[in-house]
Design a binder for this molecule. Sequence first.
Ligand code: ZN
Length: 242
Amino acid sequence: MLAERFLTPRVAVFALAVVACQVYAEQAGTPAWIDATATLDSATTPVYEGDAPMRFAFLKDMRRGDPLTLSVFSLGAHSGTHVDAPMHFLVDGAPVDRIALDALIGPARVIQIADSVQAIDAVELNRHQWRGAERLLFRTRSTARRWMSSAVFHRDFAYIAPDAAQLLVDAGVKLVGIDYISAEQFGAPAPRTHRIILGRGTPIVEGLDLSDAPGGDYDLIVLPMKVRGHEGAPARAILRRR
Ligand SMILES: [Zn+2]
């Protein structure tokens, strides 16, 4: 209670400062960068059912009198906001350290999908202005329900159906992103969506937090950790209004 009384005004001041910075940046002609990354925290980040748990620990901690602070992380490669490399579902696919930067940086369109939609199939996709976009990010019920900041794993997240995945790769889309920890339907009999997209060498960004990025056109930078020879890695993803 005591902490709350002291913290609340500080939080309010901080929020005002953030808004002021954004307004200033926009007045100066440069839209502010938006963080589209889920914060990794074992208390608030969902882990895909059956995947490795996230662990964060301090080996040394100045708050406990140590001469320095030093920590260790243990987490699955597909934790939080992350990039799937072709190697994830293709035996000879490129690993995450070999994904072309060109796919990961550039114009991207955020497509708003209604909360009632779970399957983003070809019919749903074609309800939206997606053609011509180089990179497509889907903002779904998962963002509306803030599922990327809830440790509970939800099975009924919105996913990209294989027929929509086929349309996207046939149109030459360079990168596909979604706002929950998989682009594939939970319990799908085969990982067809992943195979279709990764099969073209197109990376997938999963676990985006698009809370602050409504539908529209942006510049995107998404940079996964450069881990040699692995099939995926956590990433930082940021967006800026075009
Ligand atoms: Zn993944």
